[in-house]
Design a protein around this ligand. Sequence first.
Ligand SMILES: Nc1ncnc2c1ncn2[C@@H]1O[C@H](COP(=O)(O)OP(=O)(O)O)[C@@H](O)[C@H]1O
Ligand SMILES: [Mg+2]
Length: 264
Amino acid sequence: MDFSKFNKIIEGKTKVIYENPNDPDTVFMLFKDDITAGDGVKHDILEGKAQVDWQTNRDIFEYLNRCGVRTHYVSSPEDKVSIVKKLERKINLEVVSRRVAAGSILKWGTGAAEGDRYEPVITQFHYKDDPLHDPMLDDTYIEYMIAAKNSIEYSEARRINAEVFQHLERAFAAFGVQLIDFKLEYGMIKGEVVLIDEITGGSFRLWPFKTDKPNMNQANVLSELDPAGRLDKDVYRMGGDLGAVRDKFGAIAAITARFKELDV
Ligand SMILES: Nc1ncnc2c1ncn2[C@@H]1O[C@H](COP(=O)(O)OP(=O)(O)O)[C@@H](O)[C@H]1O
Ligand SMILES: [Mg+2]
């Protein structure tokens, strides 16, 4: 497709959104080779990333749609291009769910140790604003918005986030890796809260199982997992060379390519 003739709606860090002249209810999502971390402070061009992200995103959203999750995803008509339902209103939240303690939660001084397992998963809301570094919202505020304001943005996003976590955790586990945590985004489409944006190697942490039969039924599961073998954007955040990052994202795409084999 030649997007030079299309109207650009918005260009973000990793994707460009174009109007669909044939259908006002959908838009085109075009993946870019850019990779960023630290709210965009760290930035590189990683040739081939758009293609691999597009594949991972397609395979994950097709699986979630089969699972009956309410998503914006429609189809992927050609390499690096997807069609999604058009947002009516953006919800400026990043919704994080965690099964296993890793990353920023270890720095909060709350006593979380790497590998602590959360049952059920914990879900936290961050206000999406790069200059403010996506500050976390207070849980009492979330409860107030749900109870006093009947804010379905929060109640539905929290519900869908936990539901998606169960689906993806199960899917990745079928291929020997543990979904540690992820960050998803939501928007309003025809009055409903819908899972939007992308789910790619930058959206989650993935650590391989150490053995064929890990015992995940423990308060801390670090002994069952291989964080050094991580398959996610932490490789980039930690300063790994771009070739290593490309290999990891390729390994993720090889796994998600097999999600179509899974029953739902
Ligand atoms: N279904 C959709 N309809 C319209 N815009 C969308 C949809 N899904 C995601 N977007 C928007 O695409 C833009 C580009 O995404 P991205 O490159 O990830 O941006 P960011 O730099 O904000 O992370 C974002 O503004 C996001 O809100
Ligand atoms: Mg983004």
